[in-house]
Every structure is written in C-alpha cells, then in structure tokens.
Design a protein around this ligand. Structure first.
Ligand code: GLY
Ligand code: MN
Ligand code: MN
Length: 388
C-alpha cells in the first residue's frame, strides 16, 4: 500500500489543522510506503511500466466537467468530499490520457496498459463483512437503536418533524456517530405516503403516526433503521392492525436471512409480497393482481448495507445470502386516500426496517435495540424505566 498525502506545512496547518504528513501516513495508517501527493504522477508512471492492467473507475468525461452532480447525487455533507474527488478524477483522467499519448508517440503502445473497471471487484470483497466490520456495524446499530428510543420518548403532538430530525441527529452524534448516514425521512401522518419525503418541516398531529427512516454513520459504516410510532404514544385500533401486518412480514423475512435457507433478497421480496397479500386480505383489502407492489408496497424488501447505505449496488439481489452479508429488511405499507381501500386505513404509511447480519443458521439483528413491538413502543413512550 502506497499512500499519497499532502506534506506537512506549518502555514496551512495553522489554518486548516494538522496533517499526518508522509511519516504519519506510515506510522498512523500502516502504509508500506508514503509520498507527497505531488509525486503521484511520477510514481504511477513508474509502476504502470511493470503491469499490463490498470484497475480504476473514472466517471465519464462529461461528468468530470459538471459540478451539478454535487447537488444531484450527494447530500450537502458529502458535497465537499465529492468536489475534492472530482478534482482528483480530473487529474487522473488527464494523466492517463497523457500516458497513453506518451506511449503512442514513443512507440511503446504495443505494451499499452489496459484500463479495467475496479468497482465490481471491490464490491465483491465488500459484500462479505470481516469481523472488524461486523463489530463496527453492531455499534452503529446500537447507537442508532438507542437514539430511536430517546426520539420516541421525546415525541409529542405539536412538535415539528424537524424537532425529531434534530433529536435523532443529536442522540446519534452524542453516542459516537460522526453524522447521519443519509438525510432522514421524518414523516408525520400522510407524509409517510411519500417515499422520499425529506422536507421534514410539518407539525406532528395528535392521533397520527410518525415514520422515521434514519441511521448514524459510525467510523464509515452506515446504519439504516425505520420505525413508525404514534405521535401521542398510543396506537389507534386501525393503526395497530396495519402495523401488526408489517411487523409480521418484517419478522418472517428476517427469519429467512440465513445461509441455510439458500435464499436471495429477491426471493425474500417475493415471499414478503405473498405474505403481505394474505394478511391484507384478512383486513378487508380486495387487491387486484400486482396492485400491492404497484401501489401499497412499491419498494424492495431490502438491500445490502455497509460502507454505503445502498452498499455494493452493482451486485444484484438474486445472489443467495451468505454468512457475513449485512442486509436491510424493510417491508412497508402506504395506503392512499382512495375509496377502494378500507377507509380506516387510508392515509397511513408504515415501514419497519431492520439491519440483519446473515448467519449460517440464525440471523443476527443489528438494529435490535430500536423498539418495534407495539407494547415495547408504548411502554417506551410512556417513559417507563428500563430502556437504557
Ligand atoms: N434509507 C434508505 C433506505 O431505506 O433504503
Ligand atoms: Mn434501507
Ligand atoms: Mn432506510
């Protein structure tokens, strides 16, 4: 491992904070070799002579020229890091072009390096978590789970969705998370029917539920939990009936997250639709073929989780689950205001999302600290003791 780092510089460090410098890169990060970043081109030119293939992912040139991606693809917290990497990608791209031209004009093109994609190879390494990664993801789950407990306790009618956003952020950071892993959804009442609701600025009404999808990021690892709870601390009859359906599907799907079951996330998704259909029929829903996944439950049951919230996105969800994978299980129900659905359920949106470490014969729920049973949520919101 060769690291390229900015050199020590007293003047700059006075303003921006200290740098590890070249020696620190070896002492602190355990690099085999470290150099000032300005030496990057020379070193790479030297190295590539000895190898045929270069593995690197460069964004298309048009993306390199446009900073729009900052706002389109990244939240504000990531914006600066993205701008920095954009500048790096530009330099790298120019460098490889020059390298190719140089080889062409100097007659070395018969040994031209082949540029190959890196991302899938890395994603295949990332999909199975190491013991150290699992330790961090457990901590991320515990931090976020406890933050959910405090946020539930804090909830009352009249607060704004924004207040709960601030509360979960505070409770995650104060337990050691660096920041939230993504912009959370804090959706009171029917706002929960909007899947990517991030305005998070409406008052929470007595008698409504609130759906919160949030997760702390801990030492690079994302947590991704959703809970839905009553704003006033007590489920109404219809809220509870619908909630129990989602909870049952959540529990049944989690049970399948083992290597022994030989099932993929897509397989679990299909089963979740089947089960959800059966349960809804018992509540009086008369759904046509395909209506559930088109309207009431329009997203997938889960995704891989790790350094990114939607981790290893190029690896499809038809792979059989293997020990050491971490996935989310997040069934949801979102009932529109339409006469074809039982009136008492209209306007209710519920999702229950857990993070699950796939085991050989047993799943391990990393988000277990966040209450999800009806009695547990009500107990916790009544501020009764015993949650810490
Ligand atoms: N928070 C994004 C997701 O649940 O997939
Ligand atoms: Mn998720
Ligand atoms: Mn989520």
């Amino acid at each position: 491992m060769t690291m390229f780092v900015p050199p020590k510089n007293q003047g700059i460090e006075m303003w921006d904070g200290s740098r590890t410098g070249v020696h620190g890169a070896i002492d602190v990060f355990g690099a085999d070799e470290a150099m000032e970043s300005a030496k990057f081109n020379i070193k790479v030119r030297d190295i590539v002579k000895n190898y045929q293939d270069i593995y690197i992912d460069l964004p298309p040139r048009t993306n390199l020229l446009s900073a729009e991606n900052v706002t389109k693809n990244f939240n504000r917290a990531r914006g600066i890091a993205f701008l920095q990497s954009l500048s790096w990608f530009r330099k790298m791209s120019d460098f490889l072009d020059r390298l190719a031209l140089h080889r062409y004009f100097t007659g070395l093109n018969d040994q031209a390096n082949e540029i190959k994609p890196l991302s899938r190879i890395v994603q295949n390494l990332r999909i199975i978590k190491s013991t150290s990664e699992i330790k961090l993801m457990r901590q991320a789950g515990e931090i976020t789970g406890k933050a959910f407990i405090e946020t539930m306790r804090y909830t009352k009618p009249g607060l704004l969705e924004h207040d709960l956003y601030a509360k979960i952020d505070f409770e995650c950071r104060t337990r050691g998370a660096e920041y939230l892993a993504y912009v959370p959804v804090v959706a009171g009442g029917p706002n929960a029917l909007t899947m990517h609701y991030v305005s998070n600025n409406m008052p929470l009404r007595n008698g409504d539920m609130v759906l919160m999808d949030a997760g702390g990021e801990y030492h690079g690892y994302a947590c991704d939990i959703t809970r839905t709870w009553p704003v006033n601390g007590k489920f109404t009859g219809p809220q509870r009936e619908l909630y129990e359906v989602v909870l049952k599907v959540n529990r049944e799907c989690i049970k399948l997250c083992t290597e022994k079951h030989g099932i993929s996330l897509n397989g679990i998704h299909d089963l979740s639709l089947k089960l959800m259909n059966e349960e809804l029929a018992q509540l009086g829903f008369r759904l046509s073929e395909g209506e559930l996944d088109r309207t009431l439950y329009p997203h997938h049951v889960g995704h891989y989780l790790g350094l990114d919230v939607h981790d290893t996105p190029d690896l499809d969800r038809s792979r059989k689950l293997k020990k050491g994978m971490v996935v989310t299980i997040e069934p949801g129900l979102y009932v529109p205001f339409k006469n074809e659905y039982p009136e008492q359920y209209q306007g209710i949106g519920i999702r229950i999302e857990d993070n699950v470490l796939v085991g050989e014969t047993e799943p391990i729920i990393l988000s277990v600290t966040a209450p999800k049973e009806v009695v547990d949520i009500q107990y916790c919101m009544a501020n009764l003791e015993g949650w810490d």
